[in-house]
Design a protein around this ligand. Structure first.
Ligand SMILES: O=C(O)CCC(=O)C(=O)O
Ligand SMILES: [Fe+2]
Length: 352
């Protein structure tokens, strides 16, 4: 029914939707007002708040009590950390970064083959338009299901760069091993059975990839690369740009810039892990600022439970002192999407 949309671009950015982009003077230097952030509980756009480093965890040391305790503390305060000792080579991480950049730098005619449909987020494009007055992100993304294999929509997969698909699959398989290590250690740090989270995520746990691309933006004071949000996933593993900063995490009522550690992967808990841990561990609110001179890229792998699995606080984390704080939900991804359409914060809607 809905056909692929062809939107004009501004400063190398595909604009969200024909309806939005119509009437915009493409020769102006300023981004359209639809990109200007509004006042919110998360304060103004500030691209240089304090650089308070998020914790660094060595995944190869998680067999020690000290590192396990650091993990528990990181996830119950920040909800995220920089993972080192993950076993993926720096050269392979660089290859993934290059592959993402090469795709975005292709001429628009080549990227058109991957354009998403108007109301579906799989494929390449800008924000899906969900409501009137929506503020748009200064970001284009390529969003693809990688696992389970039978759910891949290969018609959206780039044919160029040539080894895109192969690299993407290899990278996601590497991240699956990172997931297993993190889930087992997280369970252990909470005195739960080691396979607790892996079992709940199920055999058909999904892994989607979101390749984010932020072109330079002339109004860094008004426009965000990505608005404040917490991830809907169970856990997100993020490969940051090696040179251009932009990610910020909201903690204790203030934003902190996340420093670049070139070889690290950022592990970020999503809402579904906050629910499963009965709020012991956090799904942090984060955002991305823009940069006036440089483009920035990032590659996020979003790991979610099988949509048939019911997700709720796990046994062992609900007791008299800590009663059940979240409802049990199925297909949180869909629930999250409908909340956004109604302007509701998804995680708040499942709190008891
Ligand atoms: O680009 C980044 O650093 C963050 C991306 C992100 O938060 C997301 O894709 O959900
Ligand atoms: Fe995110």
């Amino acid at each position: 029914m809905s056909s692929k949309f062809i939107a004009p671009t501004m400063a190398g950015l595909v604009l969200p939707h024909e309806e939005v982009s119509q009437g915009i003077d493409m020769n102006r230097d300023d981004p359209p007002k639809e990109f200007f952030v509004k006042e919110s509980a998360f304060g103004a756009v500030d691209s240089s708040p304090p650089l308070i480093p998020i914790p660094v965890i060595d995944l190869s040391m998680l067999s020690t009590e000290t590192e396990l305790e650091k993990l528990r503390s990181a996830l119950s305060t920040w909800g995220c950390f920089q993972a080192i000792g993950h076993g993926i080579s720096s050269s392979f991480l660089d290859k993934v970064r290059e592959m993402a950049k090469d795709f975005f730098l292709l001429p628009m005619e080549e990227k058109e083959n991957c354009f998403r449909e108007a109301y579906n987020n799989e494929g390449f494009g800008s924000d899906v338009v969900l409501s009137k007055g929506q503020v748009f992100d200064w970001c284009n993304r390529l969003f693809l299901m990688v696992f389970p294999e039978n759910q891949r929509k290969v018609n959206f997969w780039p044919e160029n760069p040539k080894d895109f698909g192969e690299t993407l699959i290899e990278y996601t398989m590497n991240i699956r091993s990172v997931r297993d290590v993190v889930f087992k250690a997280t369970a252990k740090s909470l005195n739960l059975e080691e396979d607790m989270f892996l079992k709940h995520f199920g055999e058909k746990s999904t892994m989607r990839i979101r390749v984010n691309f932020y072109p330079p933006c002339p109004r860094t004071d008004k426009v965000l690369g990505l608005k404040p949000h917490s991830d809907r996933s169970g856990v997100t593993v993020l490969l940051q740009d090696k040179e251009v900063e932009g990610l910020q995490v909201f903690k204790d009522n203030q934003w902190s810039r996340v420093p670049i550690i070139p070889h690290a992967l950022i592990v970020n808990l999503g809402d579904q892990m906050e629910i499963m841990t009965n709020g012991v561990m956090k799904s942090p609110v984060h955002r991305v600022t823009t940069n006036a001179e440089h483009m920035r890229g990032s590659v996020a792998v979003l790991i979610e439970p099988d949509i048939e699995e019911e997700i709720g606080p796990v046994e062992g984390l609900v007791n008299e002192e800590r009663p059940k704080m979240y409802k049990t939900v199925k297909n949180y991804g869909h629930f999250n999407y409908t909340c956004f359409q109604k302007g509701i914060v998804p995680i708040d809607a499942v709190k008891l």
